[in-house]
Design a protein around this ligand. Structure first.
Ligand SMILES: [Zn+2]
Length: 154
């Protein structure tokens, strides 16, 4: 499936790159990623200015279960719907969007049925529960230096 639910463990939900940066730097980085991504949602391929108003910058994580390391491996531009599906628990909690609209988007992008969505959602929650048992160490890798690097090169 192109678009998958990706729930961040409870203990690391607030530890991310965005949190480490000033909002100014984050917006700057987000614009840079959008440019690299040619202003296109990297999952459903809709384009900013044509089909959608704006793009979000999504942090892509790798979960190394063996070593308990949650590692930031990339950044990608996503539309609002794709981004909210990635973090569907969070979106629901905040009442940002009606869930049925997200399910419709999920089904359209993945070319699956609502029943397939239900199975996928259940699996994502099971994975989340398993990941919540691990005491994760968060690694931001090369991105951790972003704020300092760009400031020096100015
Ligand atoms: Zn999208």
């Amino acid at each position: 499936m192109k678009l998958e639910i990706e729930l961040i463990p409870e203990s690391t939900m607030t530890i991310n790159l965005r949190q480490q940066m000033s909002s100014y730097r984050w917006r700057q980085l987000s614009r840079q990623i959008q440019q690299q991504d040619q202003y296109t949602c990297q999952i459903c391929r809709r384009t900013k200015g044509l089909e959608i108003d704006k793009l979000h910058c999504h942090e892509v994580w790798d979960f190394d279960k063996e070593n308990g390391i949650q590692r930031l491996i990339g950044l990608q531009s996503l539309c609002f719907q794709c981004h909210m599906i990635k973090h569907i628990g969070f979106a629901e909690m905040n009442g940002w969007i009606e869930k049925y609209q997200l399910v419709e988007h999920f089904c359209r992008v993945n070319r699956v049925t609502a029943a397939d969505y239900a199975v996928h959602f259940h699996e994502a929650v099971q994975l989340w529960i398993a990941r919540n048992r691990i005491d994760w160490i968060v690694e931001l890798g090369e991105y951790a230096d972003y704020e300092n690097c760009t400031r020096e090169s100015e």
